[in-house]
Design a protein around this ligand. Structure first.
Ligand code: SAJ
Length: 433
């Protein structure tokens, strides 16, 4: 028992004097900001990534993540506080392992935890007394206890005594300049009370506020509630769009007026659909888990149906606009304004703009696009290049469909030169009023 007490005490000391070393697995939009904040708090960080380009870029002090400045990363790399590697065997060098790998959906909309499992296999090969593991990737409730715990309790190691394990959801909002890794309250749920004590002590210098909860399942569900809340309310805003369209009422006027209610209302806005690597995906992790318990999470399913319907809704609006000029979609040139899944980011993952493009293309439209954050992309084997947003480009398009309301775009030029506009983001009204 003395030995086990000393393991916990040793980790608490390493938190206090910042001598603990952290391993961050997955140096993407979650892992790299986390690595920088951990190093900024005074710890040393060894980043792990399977992509050698990412490893090289980080070691050169250049950031490949929009929300992490290269200057800050470079100074931490120069000071030896951050380094990156692809060698998972080096996991035994670190005291704390924060896992920030993707948790996508499979083609059949089931959780794909293969990245977490791959990491768990590496960890199980190197885990040793005194190590701490924190899973940060959004996942279904039970993942931490069911997938990670047994892979740590090898070679006689006991979680909560020799090794420590928790779930702590990432809450990164890409592009958000107000709420970033350090100042966004950090939820954490330890498998045991000792796990919670140790991980809270290690994380405390990194985050302005910690929010300990009683179990990893509670922490896993906190994240799923947050993102399901968004998906359901965005779905409601989108359904109101369809309702108002059928009633000939301006949905934006209705939402703006409802948003004046000083209590009991939270504004969400309609859009071309639901994009990103989180909101369209995370709720389905919970739906999948509950199906296994013979329960249908109806809000998640219905929100998913409504949100997925929006690209087709807006394509019908484009067809109506072309119709007004006695044109059909077939052969019409449609300029798609904005490809990224939300404003002021360069990320295309699950972007509904891609669904709008596919639907229009399948109906015979000629697609051009402009996105100041996305110079080019390939979809369905076609390479697209962003056009300069000139009056010429705008006026030669038979219809412009605004799918992403990037701040950088000169919306006055769009208003003045586009012949027909379908504005899924209401940005022309909002930015030019
Ligand atoms: N959207 C709407 N209407 C809205 C809000 C969003 O149509 O009122 C759309 C966006 O255009 C986007 C999608 O929904 O396509 C997701 O938007 P988002 O703002 O949730 O953006 P994400 O997915 O990049 O980030 C979210 C975080 N966002 C916020 O909390 C504001 C947060 O939920 C998570 O920290 C993060 O996902 C994550 O990693 O889970």
């Amino acid at each position: 028992m003395r030995d086990r007490m000393s393991i916990e005490q040793e980790l608490l000391r390493k938190a206090k004097d910042r001598s603990a070393t952290f391993g961050v697995i997955g140096l993407g939009y979650v892992g790299l900001p986390l690595a920088v904040e951990i190093a900024g708090a005074g710890y040393r960080v060894l980043g792990f990534d399977v992509n050698p380009d990412v490893v090289g870029t980080v070691n050169s002090g250049a950031s490949h993540i929009q929300d992490v400045s290269s200057e800050r990363l470079a100074s931490l790399v120069k000071d030896g506080r951050i380094a990156a590697t692809g060698e998972m065997a080096r996991l035994d060098e670190v005291d704390v392992i924060s896992i920030c790998v993707p948790t996508p959906l499979s083609k059949t909309k089931d959780p794909d935890v293969s990245y977490v499992l791959a990491v768990a296999e590496s960890v199980t090969n190197t885990v040793r007394k005194g190590q701490v593991v924190v899973l940060e990737s959004t996942t279904y409730p039970g993942t931490t206890r069911e997938l990670l715990l047994p892979r740590l309790e090898v070679r006689g190691l006991r979680v909560g005594e020799d090794v420590f394990l928790a779930f702590s959801p990432e809450r990164v909002d890409p592009g958000n300049k107000a709420w970033m890794t350090r100042n966004t309250p950090k939820v954490l749920g330890g498998v045991t009370k000792a796990c919670r004590r140790v991980i809270a002590a290690l994380y405390q210098p990194v985050f302005d506020q910690l929010v300990p909860v009683s179990s990893p399942e509670a922490a896993e569900l906190v994240k799923l509630l947050e993102n399901t809340f968004r998906s359901v309310n965005i779905g409601l805003a989108n359904e109101m769009t369809i309702v108002c369209d059928k009633l000939g009422v301006d949905v934006w006027e209705v939402i703006e007026a409802a948003a004046t209610k000083p209590f009991g209302f939270m504004k969400f806005t309609p859009g071309p659909g639901l994009g990103g690597h989180c909101i369209p995906i995370d709720p389905h992790y919970l739906a999948w888990k509950m199906r296994g318990l013979n329960y249908k999470t109806r809000f998640i399913e219905v929100a998913g149906e409504v949100n997925s319907e929006m690209p087709a809704f807006w394509v019908r609006k484009v067809a109506e606009e072309l119709n007004a000029d006695s044109k059909s979609v077939r052969g019409a040139t449609v300029l798609v304004l904005g490809i990224a899944y939300k404003k002021d980011v360069d990320d295309l993952r699950e972007s509904p703009a891609l669904d709008v493009i596919r639907l229009l293309k399948h109906q015979g439209a000629v697609i051009t696009y402009h996105d100041p954050h996305v110079p080019c992309f390939t979809d369905e084997g076609v390479v697209y290049e962003s056009l300069d947003l000139t009056p010429e480009v705008l006026s030669t398009a038979d219809c412009v469909v605004i799918t992403t309301d990037h701040s950088k775009v000169n919306w006055a030029v769009v208003r003045d030169h586009a012949r027909r506009v379908v504005d899924t983001r209401h940005v022309l009204e909002e930015s030019l009023s």
